[in-house]
Design a binder for this molecule. Structure first.
Ligand SMILES: O=P(O)(O)OC[C@H]1O[C@](O)(CO)[C@@H](O)[C@@H]1O
Length: 250
């Protein structure tokens, strides 16, 4: 795991946008795994800026998102498809046919999960997966205890995750109780992974991730220790409870 320590969220986003932009320029048909939540928003804005400067094209890029709430249609303002449209897809030259998210309103969520993994296989896997981390160490919506070999599956969201995400809804009760998420097994098959982490609310999670001796299913992000090509970009606040605080290290 390569750790890049940056000053703040702005530096983290700039670094991540540069990594993603360079990957797209190297491979215009990149299969790019995307995340939602607050952390990647500025990264997406910077990628849109690059596109507006004609410094990048997404015409042939294929995207696969980590997760989607169950029960929210793509037109729902809180669906992750809507998030992606508003923050990225509607603002660049990507083809919507190339943008994939789990189907949160499938009549059979379990069939939707099987279809999602099959689709990722048909794309020949994910070249670069962008990840955020939850306060409890979740990646995607893989809550503590998720087996590391799980494929895309239906999850019951933990109370802490529903509380953390309630800020996007009118009330906590409105936050869906279930989601479909790529499994940790699916995520680990990505050829490269970029984890972005910012802010003091992630300091405990980062402290734990950086002090673990090995993978532990009680802390989902620790699965990343098993992957050969993970870059973590974390800011000072996120590293405030870790031993490493400044400079870049490997
Ligand atoms: O970036 P945020 O909003 O802190 O969210 C962290 C993680 O939590 C999720 O939003 C799921 O709760 C992930 O998609 C995201 O990576």
């Amino acid at each position: 795991m390569k750790l890049i320590c940056v000053k703040d969220a702005a530096e983290m986003s700039a670094y991540a946008a540069k990594q993603i932009g360079d990957a797209v320029r190297r491979n215009p048909k990149l299969v790019l795994g995307l995340a939602t939540g607050g952390t990647p928003k500025e990264t997406y804005r910077l990628l849109v800026e690059e596109y507006n400067k004609k410094a990048i094209s997404f015409r042939n890029v294929r995207t696969v998102n980590l997760d989607e709430y169950v029960g929210l249609s793509s037109a729902d303002p809180n669906s992750y498809r809507m998030y992606m449209k508003q923050n990225l897809f509607d603002k660049i030259d990507i083809s919507f046919d190339n943008c994939h998210l789990p189907d949160g309103i499938a009549s059979s969520p379990s069939d939707a999960c099987v279809r999602y993994d099959r689709m990722i296989n048909e794309l020949n896997g994910i070249d670069l997966q962008l990840l955020g981390i939850g306060r409890n160490g979740h990646i995607g919506f893989n809550e503590p205890g998720t087996p590391f070999d799980a494929g895309t599956h239906l999850v019951k969201l933990s109370e802490s995750t529903r509380k953390a995400n309630a800020r996007y809804f009118h009330s906590e009760e409105e936050v869906p109780k279930q989601a479909i998420t790529m499994g940790i097994g699916t995520i680990l098959k990505s050829r490269a992974i970029l984890l972005i982490v910012s802010g003091s609310s992630k300091a405990d999670a980062m402290g734990r991730l950086l002090s673990l001796n090995g993978p532990d299913p009680a802390f989902p992000a620790s699965a990343l220790l098993m992957h050969p090509d993970v870059t973590v970009i974390a800011d000072r606040e996120a590293l405030s409870k870790s031993k490493i605080k400044a400079g870049a290290t490997e």
